[in-house]
Design a protein around this ligand. Sequence first.
Ligand code: GLN
Length: 244
Amino acid sequence: APRIGVLALQGAFVEHANALGQLGARVSEVRQVAQLSDDLDGLVIPGGESTTMAIVARTLNMVEPLQAFVRSGRPVFGTCAGLIFLSDRATGQKIGGQSVLGGLDVTTHRNFFGSQIESAERPVELCGALAPGKGKGKAIVAVPFRHAFIRAPAVIHAGDGVQVLATLAADPREQALLEEQHQKGGLHAGDATRVIVGVQQGSLLATAFHPELTEDLGWHEHFLRMVSEHAASKQREGSASKRK
Ligand code: GLN
């Protein structure tokens, strides 16, 4: 079974550990640099509060080791604040000089869905590799599935190498926000009717919502598939170099 680290500095890490455990992964909580070890096959960065998470990570000298993990090619799954943490660019609310890890070529808008409605379940549509009928292995249970958005961010621009995996229908306020961004020249595909809430770029997977808080484990399954594919390709590399 793969060994997955869950960053446990702050936020909703227990629920991720439970979801991964249900799917048969061995899970360890990562609270300090030494726990970010070589035998981890993947890492989850949970939701919470990205400013706090960044401050704690910096205090514990974990920013660079986390960036090295992201660069190592082992899969990383960021949810909500974890998405912000993985984004190359973050806007919206003042970031307050927080250090994000980066790695994911997206611009993320913090608290995109407004802070007055602090929490809502919204139907999410899957696209790209996760579009219905395209997924490998077990399909994601219900399409569209209502996922939990809690003071959630949104991806307002995705670079060319980024695959959009999930969107939702924008309401009028959200459309206006997206159009404003479009005028600034920053909107993916120029479509202001859909909000991007799930993306993948190589080994990095990220969602604006909290897939660990609802019963559909499809996103964790997808992440574990990324992990086993990465481990298998590493093994092929290893045996190829032994044969030389
Ligand atoms: N609004 C939070 C932030 O900016 C994210 C919320 C969440 O992770 N549920 O970090």
